[in-house]
Design a protein around this ligand. Structure first.
Ligand code: NAP
Length: 336
């Protein structure tokens, strides 16, 4: 276990924004968690698990927290008939796991290729892309509960997964240590999304998990900013789900707006409104702007602050509300 004082979070978030955290505790093994919490308790600092920092807007001032970073990256594969149970440590880079499983010919994670972050963060917001949510392939999640100093294993149905949400997001406090996925040797392609269907129509051969993962990374690279070049946290807002009446009213006004039925209502691609109604691609306030190639993505220039991002995000949310009466929720998590 290693603990460092006053660590600038701008060095640990992909937006490259954030003031100094009181403590950054790095542990190699989940077994060290009780010790890490004991240290944080002694310092009277609430703990915040830090993965790749790819979904965090950290505030500019001092952050009175013990940030907790797990570096464990072990992955095990257990054959179970036609399926393979893959257990990965929380610190494993998400896209590395996708590369490893798809190169073994395993189906399940291919549509989720190219998403920044770690394995431990994936269940928290139930990452999803191109018709696959991580909840579809999660068998169980192992977590440490500091309140009871115990390790708990949650079966998939106990994780409370919904769209970009889970019990781990709604009730923070536990730290995910390992995730087990059920992957398949039997082909299970989902190539229905327009971006992917277009590639297929153009002649792309998408017959293996690896080929699909490669195509997904390529599609994302056309739309999402490169983290090595831009300060960004990917999609800043969630795509909202609205009532059928609200959708009907919007659709009457904007017949080209698509809507996708879900259990909770109609999910709409809010980027379409931002793009075609509000013309927000490239919308800039100070050193922060909505990305030119994807209106849902905030990009921060070097030196931008959390305050700068707040100003732009609030401005954009207000414009969306004025045009649609929808209160968009943020996908990016604020950290103070
Ligand atoms: P997109 O493909 O243009 O889709 C925009 C919205 O329309 C999303 O809400 C998407 O649902 C929905 N949608 C599109 N086709 C659909 C279909 N055939 N059936 C049901 N819903 C459909 O989105 P994008 O912004 O370019 O992003 C590409 C993909 O990456 C999307 O799937 C997006 O959700 C995902 N993504 C995920 C994260 C994350 O997990 N944190 C961050 C950024 C982007 P879904 O959202 O359910 O896909």
């Amino acid at each position: 276990m290693e603990a460092r004082e006053n660590v600038p979070l701008s060095d640990h978030t992909t937006l490259r924004i954030g003031g100094p955290a009181a403590l950054l505790i790095t542990i190699e093994r989940p077994e060290e968690l009780p010790k890490a919490y004991e240290l944080a308790r002694k310092r009277e600092l609430p703990v915040y698990p830090l993965g790749a920092g790819s979904n965090i807007l950290a505030s500019d001032g001092p952050i009175k927290r013990a940030m907790l970073h797990i570096t464990a990256t072990n992955v095990t594969y257990v054959d179970d008939g036609d399926v393979v149970r893959v257990t990965a440590d929380a610190g494993k880079d998400w896209d590395e796991l996708v590369s490893e499983t798809t190169s073994r010919g395993l189906w399940g994670l291919e549509n989720l290729a190219g998403i920044p972050g770690t394995v431990g963060a994936a269940p928290v917001q139930n990452i999803g892309a191109y018709g696959r949510e991580v909840m579809d392939v999660i068998a169980r999640v192992e977590a440490y509960d500091p309140a009871h100093d115990s390790f708990i294993t949650y079966a998939n149905e106990e994780c409370g997964f919904t769209y970009r949400d889970s019990r781990f997001k709604r009730e923070p406090g536990q730290v995910i240590t390992r995730v087990t996925f059920t992957l398949s040797r039997t082909p299970r392609p989902n190539l229905s999304y327009a971006d992917v269907a277009r590639r297929l129509a153009e002649g792309a051969v998408l017959d293996t998990p690896m080929a699909i993962a490669r195509e997904m990374r390529d599609i994302r690279a056309q739309k999402f900013p490169d983290l090595s070049v831009h300060g960004t946290a990917g999609s800043f807002f969630k795509n909202p789900t609205i009532s059928s009446d609200a959708f009907a009213a919007l659709h009457e006004k904007y017949p080209e707006l698509s809507g996708f039925e879900t259990e909770k209502g109609i999910k709409i691609p809010i980027a379409w409104i931002m793009d075609h109604v509000l013309f927000l691609r490239g919308h800039t306030i100070g050193p922060v702007r909505m990305f030119e190639r994807h209106a849902l993505v905030v990009v921060a220039d070097p030196g931008a602050t959390a305050h700068d991002v707040e100003v732009l995000a609030n401005d954009v949310a207000k414009r969306i509300y004025d045009a649609t009466k929808i209160n968009v929720e943020r996908e990016v998590q604020s950290l103070q």
